[in-house]
Design a protein around this ligand. Structure first.
Ligand code: NAD
Length: 497
């Protein structure tokens, strides 16, 4: 990032188009309705955004269907799709300052991370699926000599993508990458809390050569545009990321409509388990603080349940509490900021409600716990650590989605495993031990889609991401994501001798 950039000046000069994007064009909602989008940085209105309803969703789905059926994208060779998507990734990088600024103003994350993480990961995801798509081969089954059975993957059709607000572009790209590379058309419904980058991504994709109609965006509320998309009879699959509560609705919508495929990527309450045979307690403590407070704690995989052996817990908690000094909230538009604003006043109240619950349920608040920077008009909360929590407390059981960590002390490995697995969620987990047998044993027994050993935040587009239990089904990222957006077809061919 250029040190000279004055992001406040750039923000003041920014003119934001909040209209939907359908069939290669910006469009107001059919009934002309908009909603005011405020910035969590200072509570000011930054855009009027189209409030799409069922009619707008119908139009977007019809555009997507027409594009799919006439083969303008689905009929192109994988190599041709690759070229366009590589160009799309290049355009994302070329527009990095604008996209990062929109993401920062829209959901409150620090500008430095919006640039280095959100924009970079979005471009890499699109480029990775572009590069992969002409290197995947189909199969021929080992059948008798008088026949040939081809097992091929075909694009599915129209994919509805519904995403949350915490990593708006990254979450969208995890679905756009494989869905578009495989030849599908997409209708994207961004969160009403962070809709702004979605429309720009669609514009950049079309500028890169994606045919109009292949990538459409319908901003709006979940119970309006989201529900209309998930209930639509002409949508073949929904790639959903969001809360477990809304994930349940997705399954219901599919049951009530056309039994469309539903791929849910849902909430988490990830366990971070530190044994007393792990020598470098300081590294473990610093890692958990960094991972927990990244993105204001608004990460599905935040290690929010920290299980520590009782013999090392005092020292561990002391280091974590001291580390919170590094993660104090500050102006998200300042280059050095590492903790920004919570996404809105609703999320602020939710997080403060959990902090109050922790205190009243008897947990010990050893760092943070307060709302700060109220003079800005924005929504900022200190990084907060509760010690002496247990699974009967709300803060240890429920996903908070804010900068609040719960430390639970344990005595034995069996107890640690029972507590770690004693959650409705199973997104990620981590085990810290210098005993190779214990590390492997515990890693195998942890019921989570990703288990880390002696580290936490290693991540890459090459590996699947998703959860066990109520953290969802399906997997984003890696080549496995193609499974979600393709149909498997068998074609039998008779060969006469
Ligand atoms: P949310 O469920 O409230 O909203 C997600 C999306 O669904 C939004 O676009 C919203 O408008 C839409 N929606 C809401 N109600 C709807 C309805 N009735 N019908 C149709 N659509 C509806 O979730 P959120 O608050 O935006 O995001 C936070 C959640 O997302 C957390 O639980 C977090 O763990 C989860 N998340 C999971 C992953 C993952 O990969 N597993 C990644 C990021 C976030």
């Amino acid at each position: 990032m250029s040190k000279q950039v004055n992001w406040h000046e750039r923000a003041a000069a920014l003119s934001i188009d909040g209209r939907a994007y359908t069939n290669g064009q910006r469009l107001a909602a059919a009934d002309g309705q908009v909603f005011a989008k405020t910035s969590p940085i200072d509570g000011r209105v930054i855009a009027q955004v189209a409030r799409c309803q069922a009619l707008d969703v119908d139009l977007a789905v019809a555009s997507a269907r027409a594009a799919f059926d006439d083969g303008r994208w689905s009929g192109k060779s994988p190599a041709a799709r690759k070229k366009v998507l590589q160009k799309f990734a290049d355009k994302i990088l070329a527009a990095k300052d604008e996209l990062a600024l929109l993401e920062c103003l829209d959901m409150g994350k620090p500008i430095a991370y919006a640039l280095a993480v959100d924009v970079a990961a979005t471009a890499r995801t699109i480029a990775w699926y572009a590069e992969a798509v002409d290197k995947i081969y189909d199969e021929i089954a080992p059948t008798p000599a008088n026949s040939l059975a081809l097992i091929t993957r075909e694009a599915m059709g129209v994919i509805g993508v519904i995403v949350p607000w915490n990593y708006p572009m990254i979450m969208a790209s995890w679905k756009l990458g494989p869905a578009l590379a495989a030849g599908n058309s997409v209708v994207l419904k961004p969160s009403e809390k962070s809709p702004l980058t979605a429309m720009r991504l669609a514009e950049l994709a079309i500028e890169a050569g994606l045919p109009p109609g292949v990538f459409n965006v319908v901003p709006g509320y979940g119970h309006e545009a989201g529900e209309a998309l998930a209930l639509h009879m002409d949508v073949d699959a929904i790639g959903f990321t969001g809360s477990t509560r809304t994930g349940r609705r997705m399954l219901d919508y599919a049951g009530r409509s056309n039994l469309k495929r539903v791929y849910n990527e849902l909430g988490g309450k990830s366990a971070f388990v530190v044994f007393d045979d792990f020598a470098d307690i300081e590294r473990a403590a610093k890692t958990v603080a960094g991972s927990m407070f990244f993105n204001q704690g608004e990460s599905c995989n935040a290690p929010s349940r920290v299980l520590v052996h009782e013999s090392v817990a005092d020292r561990f908690v002391e280091i974590v509490a001291a580390e919170t000094a590094k993660y104090q909230p500050a102006d998200p538009l300042a280059a050095g900021t590492v903790m920004g604003a919570l996404v809105d006043d609703i999320q602020l109240r939710t997080v403060m409600g959990y902090i109050d619950a922790g205190k009243s349920e008897g947990a010990r608040c050893v760092a943070g716990g307060r709302q700060v920077m109220t003079e800005t008009g924005g929504y900022y909360v200190e990084p907060t650590v509760f010690d002496h929590t247990n699974m009967s407390m709300k803060i240890a059981r429920e996903e908070i989605f804010g900068p609040v960590m719960s430390v639970l002390r344990f005595k034995t490995e069996d107890e640690a495993l029972a507590v770690a697995n004693g959650s409705a969620y199973g997104l990620q987990a981590s085990v810290w031990s210098d005993n190779i047998n214990r590390a492997h044993r515990v890693a195998r027994k942890l019921r989570a889609g990703t288990v880390h050993v002696n580290q936490y935040d290693e991540d890459d587009i090459t590996v699947p991401f998703g959860g066990y239990k109520q953290s969802g089904n399906g997997r984003d990222k890696s080549l496995h994501a193609f499974d979600k957006y393709t149909e498997l077809k068998t074609t039998w061919i008779r060969i006469d001798g």
